[in-house]
Design a protein around this ligand. Structure first.
Ligand code: FMN
Length: 133
């Protein structure tokens, strides 16, 4: 079986607007199928939280490119872990507005992502994956 990894990082959008988000999603949806990457991007003016999943080398290469992108700041790698199954097998990159059941802007400001455990973060994406996109 092909090796699979999931990587989650968080960052702060720089100049967040719809046009910028659409540009990012266009690039993701062009590159990710080529790289066998799938995943989801949670977006709000104060937060990007992205899950990338695919072959380990491809995920690392995508994250390296993304981390250098000047459309966001304070890129923090939360964790990566080997997995046996994808959470978003049908999505080159699903996009979701941050939901009310996630964190409030105040909680984000107070460091909710930094104190979240890998299980907490995965649970957010697992819940999303269970909802229609
Ligand atoms: C929040 C965010 C998420 C991104 N997600 C992806 C992604 O999933 N895949 C990807 O290839 N590029 C993604 N990008 C864009 C990369 O940073 C980079 O611009 C792009 O991969 C370069 O593509 P190119 O080599 O085709 O020019 C993202 C950028 C940002 C700011």
């Amino acid at each position: 079986m092909t090796e699979l990894t999931q990587l989650i990082y968080a960052s702060r959008p720089f100049g967040f607007d719809e046009a910028m988000l659409n540009g990012i999603l266009m690039e993701a949806r062009r590159n990710n199928p080529r790289d066998s990457i799938t995943g989801a991007l949670i977006c709000r003016a104060d937060l990007y939280l992205q899950l990338l999943e695919g072959p380990p080398a491809a995920v690392e290469a995508a994250f390296d490119r993304i981390a250098r992108d000047n459309r966001h700041l304070e890129v923090r790698r939360c964790f990566s872990t080997p997995v046996t199954e994808r959470l978003f097998p049908d999505w080159a990159m699903r996009d979701d507005p941050a939901r009310s059941w996630m964190w409030t802007p105040n909680e984000i400001d107070d460091g909710a992502i930094e104190t979240a455990t890998p299980a907490d973060l995965l649970a957010v994406f697992a819940r999303l994956a269970a909802e229609p996109g």
